[in-house]
Design a protein. Structure first.
Length: 338
């Protein structure tokens, strides 16, 4: 067998299923597991012997995995453990879920195998948008003029300086969880004159405020190892996606392969490596006058729709990375030196 890969992700994740199928074609075994199934539908064991030997094991309803024999662990989009429904007391549920998350998280970090995009603690650090902007600027990326603040006066001054042509977005996830369990999307939004009337609300918490950057196209740049896959998202062809392509209007939005200048491609690889990652999905803007502007990087960003729309072999590159730790030279826009 070519190797064994454990994929930690949500249930029915098409990205995981796609890569698992590609790995199977190569003779490798892929086990897809969501930590939300622990401890109800899964067992995790860790045994530490007097002689120092360690045995770590995952058992699910469909698989028995020797964790110490893994080739790679892919932190795709795992959820947190969920306590058994028989435990009715909320305090007890919270305690058990915390204990499960503590043990499972510690166990994944202990494993002596390749981790993609990186150990979970590193992924969490890499997701911090303010740090991303600081690093991107040091590496030579052009940035939008940006302010992160909870000061209404600073916001209003920024608004005036840019003559109202600004957008706002969240520091964390674009999906805001409500008490009823439903999610509310909060993507990049232009600031209207009506919004300015409620500027005082900024004092309740920080927000990212940026100048609006005119777009020729938006770029999704997926870095796998040192291979770079850049795709044009023609978001300006649809009013629905004009301010944020994540509103998805695939029927009206062209996607095409884009060849980045070597300097920009090298910078994309470098920021991924400097963040301690093996994978990253970057969002850039190509302006009408040909400038490349950095927006952010997502260590677990989506890519399957890009592969299907453009034919870029991102899934095959991920298989290379998981099994061998590097991507074949003929795949992607490979950058040898950043």
């Amino acid at each position: 067998m070519a190797g064994e890969v454990l994929i930690l992700t949500i249930d029915a994740d098409p990205h995981a299923e796609h890569v698992a199928g590609l790995l199977a074609e190569r003779g490798a075994r892929a086990v897809v597991f969501d930590p939300a199934d622990y401890p109800v539908r899964a067992v995790l064991d860790a045994a530490y012997g007097r002689d120092g030997r360690v045995r770590r094991r995952l058992r699910t309803t469909t698989a028995d995995v020797d964790l110490d024999g893994l080739t790679a662990l892919w932190f795709r989009r795992p959820q947190s453990p969920v306590a058994h429904a028989e435990i009715a007391d909320e305090g007890a549920r919270a305690h058990i879920e915390k204990e499960c998350a503590e043990f499972a998280g510690d166990l994944w970090e202990q494993l002596d195998c390749r981790m993609v995009p990186a150990p979970r603690t590193r992924v969490k650090l890499a997701q911090r948008k303010s740090s991303q902007l600081a690093l991107a600027g040091r590496l030579g990326f052009e940035l939008p003029d940006t302010l992160i603040t909870n000061d209404p006066d600073e916001f209003l001054d920024f608004y005036r300086r840019h003559e109202g042509r600004i957008i706002t977005k969240t520091l964390g996830s674009a999906i805001l969880a409500r008490p009823d369990g439903e999610g509310v999307g909060r993507l990049s939004e232009p600031v209207s004159t009506r919004d300015v009337a409620y500027a005082d609300a900024i004092r309740f918490g920080p927000v990212i405020i940026q100048e609006y950057v005119r777009k020729q196209v938006e770029l999704r740049v997926t870095v796998v190892g040192r291979a770079v896959f850049a795709a044009e998202i023609h978001s300006q062809e649809s009013n629905h996606t004009r301010f944020d392509w994540r509103r998805y209007d695939l029927g009206s939005t062209r996607h095409e392969v884009h060849r980045l200048p070597d300097e920009v491609a090298g910078r994309c690889v470098e920021i991924v490596e400097r963040l301690g990652l093996r994978y990253g999905a970057l969002d850039l803007i190509l302006t009408p006058d040909g400038r490349y502007v950095f927006l952010e990087i997502n260590p677990t960003g989506q890519w399957l729709w890009i592969e299907r729309a453009t034919g870029l072999p991102i899934g095959e590159a991920l298989c290379d990375l998981l099994l061998y730790g590097e991507v074949k030279d003929e795949i992607g826009q490979t950058v040898r030196s950043a």
